[in-house]
Design a protein around this ligand. Structure first.
Ligand SMILES: Cc1cc2nc3c(=O)[nH]c(=O)nc-3n(C[C@H](O)[C@H](O)[C@H](O)COP(=O)(O)OP(=O)(O)OC[C@H]3O[C@@H](n4cnc5c(N)ncnc54)[C@H](O)[C@@H]3O)c2cc1C
Length: 506
């Protein structure tokens, strides 16, 4: 799956979903279905909502009218902001070459992509007091160091990743054939029998140490560091989430869209022909007319363009844990125990332009291998002077791939850079001054980022009512842009099949 960026820094390992030929979805396709006119509301224009609108258009034809409601910016947790005259990814920044939907859509929309250089810069796994593992500028030396420290566990991890991969890619063929699922466990079981579902029921720690028998050092250093980077949480996340972001990063396996990953949802929304309403949905009320459910969607009265509309189908593509939308007159409650069991993890992205202080990390300022990416092990959360989950140098999102080298020079050659620090809370001025010798500019972006993982996971269903579908329950299995794309396709297929079945019945 390698749905999320990086993980291990071991360039020769294969990733969870690596080779393109393994991706599936290029085989048989179902016969086209053209729906009769109907009205569909989509709540949320992140990657999940924008793709749900786009996939519904592709798989259900032109007659369906789609309204998309978005209370903030199109793109949701993919977004860029301008800092010191450049744009930077603030949320989801890295895509894997194996993420079939995102790869295909970027190509289809003519977006320029750039490979990322995370395996070409020095990395440090830091525990708040010392480095447990470091790499430098020489690839061969890095490989030898990795093998020396982590040994055969790297290969065991890799083969577990390949097994997962061979199961996960099955989803693309199933969705190409029009297969949809009402619950997340059904979807996981269809892909991988009991194994993928089982991985959501145990912690990463249980899976890595007990089931795979990986070495403590690999598990507690690289794997934990990558978990903090990707999810702000350590080995207590579910094993599927961990596997989705852990298996090795090959060279040329991580990429992003030049100008920002948000261009994928923006283009998808444009091409879907949906009408975008910039307002917040406050309620969905169910009514039965002639034996058929219809839904009234109401928006916040204070928003521009606020109002109400009647729909045959509603697709919710925004996390529901905050209960911001009321569901009225539904035969079964939407806010079930499973829904309310999900809370979202706070991740603060601190952007600092300035000179980092190598002495803060116990290093000399002339150290040419000063890590341009720091992964932090969980001990840091209590030991460091203040908590942070990772620290890395940034490349502006508008820069093409050819500019990577200019941003990955050894620190002493260019001491002033833009850094991103993920932390569980905003850092104080004093804390930033400990980490940086000089600060030219700073900015803070606060995210309700991804679920707090608490295996055994329970999942809200995809189908909330006969005509209401929910994309984001899939985030409990693993949160990533490609997962939202898979969830969006599933909900688009459920919606289409529901609308189609109503025509057949009448
Ligand atoms: C800091 C950070 C780093 C990440 N890094 C990566 C990464 O490198 N790679 C990766 O694949 N994933 C990454 N992720 C995860 C990824 O961003 C998410 O899994 C994915 O973007 C979720 O998309 P979505 O459309 O399902 O949800 P969202 O993007 O949250 O979209 C939901 C949308 O609904 C809107 N909305 C909510 N309620 C309402 C309402 N009542 N009415 C109208 N609109 C509403 C919101 O404003 C939002 O735009 C990261 C996330 C964060 C926060």
């Amino acid at each position: 799956m390698a749905l999320r960026q990086l993980s291990t820094y071991v360039p020769f390992l294969r990733s969870f979903l690596s080779a393109e030929e393994e991706q599936g979805g290029e085989g048989e396709k179902e016969e086209a279905i053209t729906l009769a006119p109907a009205r569909v509301a989509v709540v949320g224009a992140g990657i999940g909502g924008s793709l749900a609108a786009y996939f519904l258009r592709q798989r259900g034809g032109e007659a369906v009218e789609v309204d998309v409601f978005e209370r903030a910016a199109v793109g949701g947790r993919t977004g860029v902001f301008t800092f010191q005259g450049h744009t930077y990814e603030t949320g989801a920044s890295i895509i894997h070459t194996s993420n079939k939907y995102l790869v295909d859509l970027a190509k289809e929309f003519g977006l320029e992509s750039k490979m990322m250089n995370v395996t070409e810069i020095p990395l440090g796994v830091y525990d708040g007091e010392q480095y447990l593992f470091r790499t430098g500028w020489w690839k061969l030396a890095n490989i030898v160091r990795s093998l020396w420290r982590y040994g055969m566990s790297l290969f065991r991890m890799n083969s577990a990743g390949e097994r997962m991969l061979s199961k996960f890619v099955g989803i693309y063929d199933m969705q190409a054939m029009g297969k949809s699922f009402k619950t997340v466990p059904e979807l996981l079981r269809a892909m991988g029998g009991e194994e993928l579902y089982h991985l959501t029921q145990i912690t990463a720690e249980q899976y890595m140490l007990r089931d795979l028998g990986l070495q403590e050092a690999l598990t507690r250093e690289l794997i934990t560091g990558a978990m903090y980077l990707n999810y702000g949480q350590g080995l207590n996340v579910n094993a599927l989430t961990c596997m989705a972001s852990q298996t090795g990063v090959q060279e040329n396996s991580l990429w992003s869209v030049v100008g920002g990953n948000k261009m994928i949802p923006e283009r998808a929304l444009e091409k879907s022909g949906a009408h975008l309403h910039k307002c917040s949905v406050t309620s969905v009320t169910r009514r039965e007319r002639g034996g058929r459910a219809r839904y009234t969607v109401e928006t916040n009265e204070e928003d521009e363009g606020a109002g109400r509309g009647e729909y045959d189908v509603v697709i919710i593509a925004a996390p529901l844990h905050d209960k911001a939308i009321q569901f009225r007159d539904f035969p079964t409650p939407v806010y079930t125990e499973e829904m309310m069991a999900t809370t979202y993890h706070r991740t603060v992205a601190e952007f600092v332009a300035g000179e980092i202080n190598p002495a803060f990390f116990g290093l000399d300022e002339n150290d040419r291998s000063f890590p341009l990416l720091h992964l932090i092990t969980d001990t840091t959360q209590s030991l460091a002077p203040f908590p942070f989950c990772c620290v890395g140098v940034l490349v502006p999102s508008e820069e093409p791939e050819s500019a990577n080298a200019a941003y990955s020079k050894p620190l002493p050659e260019d001491p002033s850079r833009v850094w991103k620090i993920f932390t569980p809370r905003p850092l104080s001025g004093e804390e930033k001054r400990q980490m940086f010798k000089t600060i030219d500019a700073e900015a803070t972006i606060d995210w309700s980022a991804y679920p707090n993982y608490t295996p055994p996971e329970s999942f809200p269903p995809f189908e909330l009512d006969q005509g209401v579908f929910y994309v984001n329950g899939i985030e409990k299995a693993a949160s990533a842009m490609e997962m939202s794309a898979v969830g969006a396709m599933n909900c688009a297929l459920l919606a289409r099949d529901y609308l189609h079945s109503r025509v057949e019945e009448s």
